[in-house]
Design a protein around this ligand. Sequence first.
Ligand code: FMN
Length: 253
Amino acid sequence: MLSKAELYYFSPTGGTKKAGEIFCKGIAKGVKLVNWGLRDKKAEQPASELSVIALPVFGGRVPAVAIEKLKELDGTGKKAVTLVVYGNRAYEDALLELNNAAEARGFQVVASAALVAQHSIVPKVGKGRPDEQDQASILAFAGKVLDKMEDTAAGEVKVPGNVPYKAEMAVPASPVSLPACKLCGACEAVCPTGAIRQERGTIATNPENCILCMACVAACPEHARILPPPMQEKMDQMLGALEAVRRENEYFL
Ligand SMILES: Cc1cc2nc3c(=O)[nH]c(=O)nc-3n(C[C@H](O)[C@H](O)[C@H](O)COP(=O)(O)O)c2cc1C
């Protein structure tokens, strides 16, 4: 076991954080959590033996807002494990994009994984993931990573993906607030891009900034923040068939 690791994560609805924490439990006695979903927070530079970087997959890529946070780190001489967490569809170029970005900051990527979590737009897809079976396989992977870190002759990590990456996902519409909204400000507080503002007794969402991450929907205590119903129906139709499919985690050492 390592004595300490950092977990850098961007996790609008909690699945990425959960998967990252399972991995960290298997690799280090103490973990420093660094939430990249917080706006205007000063960068916390890696100080421990290992940086674990966990990002969700959005449209087969990793969110640009999280890559901007990664660009603030100096990983020179530091080891990293990279994790992408996806909603049981596909992770496409996300892991390659994350690894390239980490290596560009000087990190040595010692291992990577693509892990499955509940889909944050269509929660019946990947429901309850990561589950007990995932937990056991993620912990077994953590053990192998520890072995690899002791092996000075260990090679580079190769992950799937293509360059140029998939085009960045277009955001067709932003979440909306229902009349049950009590203007508590929870949505505004969690928005990682500052797209939400209270204006004259209503919630205004700037579609230019919204990345559709679902943090505001997950944070609303009144369940009064939703995707526009026609869009939710379309997403349910597009992804619904994946409810019956179980994608497995993939590990790269
Ligand atoms: C805008 C958006 C795009 C997504 N794109 C994909 C995708 O391409 N493939 C996939 O399997 N899951 C996709 N998902 C599901 C998320 O990757 C998955 O639910 C992840 O666990 C979300 O992380 P979080 O729980 O930390 O917010 C997408 C979710 C959102 C909100």
